[in-house]
Design a protein around this ligand. Structure first.
Ligand code: SAH
Ligand code: SF4
Length: 378
């Protein structure tokens, strides 16, 4: 069962249906299950004690059968540009991060001038995929997060944002991107469980149009995601030939570019939807005019938009950011081929909250404390 570690399930990982069964087993009326679910996922209750309108006997019975794993806030760093990075501590003492990005009326992205408040969510402690340019990739995988721990990043962020006056209670966040630490599709079951909780009408009730899962390219799970969930897809492409991509992303040896793009072509596209292709521009590595031309050819025929992400250099990994002129030249080539491309503004760089900078400094997974343990699954 989802979220079960050891013998006691995590109450927050239970689906609405599983919670319904548990409450029925305890001999309680069905509406009680809904009440508990709302406490957990709409109000983001941190403990059973908070659920003041539940009978004490039900709270005691739940406490006896389940754990309630709530993340605690270990650190909060706020950037000059409004970005906030939180480091959360799990019940077993590991550190994971989420990044909040307000986008207010600056015309950025699809939403035009409607203000968006996005949370970038982690799905694993570390990552096993071993991409050579990515700080999280150097950590190796400590463990998967449970569905409840994935969802709880959203709950804790919502609560904190209400406290900070960033938006209306109970849910200031409008959008979610699964682009934090970890490879979401390498933790498929728990990711799917978390999506079920976060999109549930009795929970935070996010619209599938506002939720994006990013993957380095696990083809079978891309297909499952398309079949089993309604959310949007982003692909970290990052290179235009297999030789180049293999050197950056070991996953390419298992699922080369052709197979990956084929899965994208088959991905169910609701009306007007596009797949986002993320392309980290690494100075002198994948940022030539030829790369831009190949990229345009690769995505042609797929309803796509390209996010160009100038590399955030992490010391010791051996890559550099491209010059702003190179980034602009690359974008122009895509533009000339009618490929929608935006250069992602680097947000929160001053607080190490930008893409690929998430590595929970000082935690058990900090590369400065632990040798890289990660090898990509072959
Ligand atoms: N594991 C998933 C989601 C998290 S990574 C995936 O790879 O898609 C989110 C994005 O950050 C990916 O597109 C990745 O290519 C990019 N990224 C990683 N390190 C980066 C860095 N140092 N600078 C810029 N982008 C980076
Ligand atoms: Fe993992 Fe994504 Fe980083 Fe690759 S880019 S190591 S898949 S987090």
């Amino acid at each position: 069962m989802s979220g079960r570690r050891g013998s006691r399930p995590d109450l927050r990982s239970l689906s609405a249906e599983a919670l319904g069964e548990l409450v029925a087993e305890l001999g309680e009326k069905p509406y009680r299950a809904r009440q508990v679910f709302r406490w957990l996922h709409r109000n983001g209750a941190a403990s059973l004690e908070e659920m003041t309108d539940l009978p004490t006997r039900l709270r005691a019975a739940l406490a006896e059968r389940c754990d309630l794993r709530t993340l605690s806030r270990a650190e909060e760093r706020r950037s000059g540009d409004g970005t906030i990075k939180w480091t959360w501590r799990t019940a077993d003492g590991l550190l994971v991060e989420s990044v909040y990005m307000p986008h207010g009326g600056d015309g950025e992205g699809e939403a035009g001038n409607r203000p968006r408040r996005t949370l970038c969510v982690s799905t694993q402690v570390g990552c096993a995929m071993g991409c050579t340019f990515c700080l999280t990739g150097t950590m190796g995988l400590a463990r998967n997060l449970g569905a409840g721990e994935i969802a709880d990043q959203v709950h804790r962020a919502n609560r904190r944002l209400v406290e900070l006056g960033e938006g209306p209670a109970p849910r200031p966040l409008t959008n979610l991107v699964f682009m934090g630490m970890g490879e979401p599709l390498h933790n498929y079951e728990e990711l799917k469980g978390a999506l079920g909780l976060l999109l549930h009408p009795d929970g935070p009730d996010f619209s599938h149009r506002h939720v994006t899962v990013s993957t380095s390219g696990l083809v079978p799970e891309i297909e499952r995601l398309g079949r089993e969930t309604p959310v949007k897809l982003a692909i970290s492409l990052n290179a235009t030939t297999d030789a180049q991509r293999e050197a950056l992303m070991p996953v390419d040896r298992r699922w080369p570019i052709a197979a990956l793009l084929e899965a994208c072509r088959r991905f169910p596209m609701r009306q007007g939807r596009r797949i986002t292709f993320e392309y980290v521009l690494l100075g002198g590595v994948n940022d030539s005019d030829d790369d831009a031309g190949r990229l345009a050819r690769l995505v042609s025929g797929i309803p796509a938009k390209v996010n160009l992400i100038p590399y955030n250099a992490s010391p010791g990994l051996g890559f550099a950011a491209p010059s702003p002129e190179r980034v602009e030249a690359f974008r122009r080539i895509l533009d000339a081929r009618r490929v929608t491309a935006v250069v992602r503004r680097n947000r929160g760089r001053d607080i190490a909250a930008a893409c690929g900078q998430l590595a929970a400094e000082g935690g058990p997974g900090d590369p400065r404390r632990r040798a890289p343990a990660g090898a990509a699954p072959r």
